[in-house]
Unconditional design. Sequence first.
Length: 372
Amino acid sequence: MTPPTTSVPPSSTPSTPTSATSANGDASTRARLTSGLLAVGPHAGAHRVALRAGLSVAVPLLVLWATDHLEWSAYATFGAFASIYARNDPWRQRVRMQARAGAWLVLAVVLGALVATSSERAWLAVPVAAVLAGGASLLSDHWGWRPPGPLFTVFGFGASSAIPADAGTVLAAVLVGLSGALLALLVSALGGLAERGAVGDRPGGVRTAPPHVRPTDMTRHALRGAVAVLVAGALATGVGIGHPYWAMVSAVVPLMAREWLPAVVRGIHRVVGTFVGLGLAALVLTLDPPGLVVVLLVVVLQGAAELLVMRNYALALVVITPLALLMVHLASPEPMSSLLLDRGVETLLGVAVGLVVGWAAAQLLPRSKALA
């Protein structure tokens, strides 16, 4: 996008080329920031992604509700999140990417359940999440995952590590998480039957190769993701906030952008969308819906999130926020006030940490000219 030309207002001090250039640069930056915040992307077949994601989440949650095991709902949901990868790729390419990402998500969920067996799980989760974030970043760059980065890895691990567990729960995490991921692959493959012959006839239906990311940049992305998670998690845990993994997740959100200005846009979107979404979450939780209604709401919100997330991230957060809180409510009900407060505070903390780490990484770590 070419920023609009802006004029420098007259002043009593004669302008110099340097001051004029600086003023134009500031105006250009403001225009790009405003454009990024308000931009709404194309639909681009999001209804197909929403349908696949909704089905992938609905089936395991309904089974868990019917068998009275909603305490395992987080494991199923994060396994099913494999369905959101490679959203518009040809179906064979999509299934391959989802299989790789899904395996990593299941690993994160199982490691989270293992950490949850420890009495020191709150502090133990922080360094493990940081290592997983770095590993997910490397794999994402290597395989060209879309969406990129470690966000869902950190989210899945953090949520699982926060639910007290024993050996039986760990086994449940393995089986339920794996079942959720396999179901997502099945839904994606079946969806490919309907899409056969349409590849190349719609936007996003063209086979694409993973983007090349130089080793220097892969290392840089992994380090800054790991550091952001470590710092945000340590601060949130040290302060005693109830859900430190929310701060860790929010810390990696700005880092999904490779440049500074898009990172700021993502950070602002995260904060604004979350706080609007907290109002919707409060309304739903105040009604105290029964388990089946919560399951159905999670399915609907998951579909709505996929309809919005590529169009405007802030709009998506309006439904992602109640979705996340309802997932916690399903697995381990908590007082509404603490959920809302923790989510708001940890979002602010995490985004701030992510932006600071992103800025520091740009100053301190080497960066090649060809970024992913």
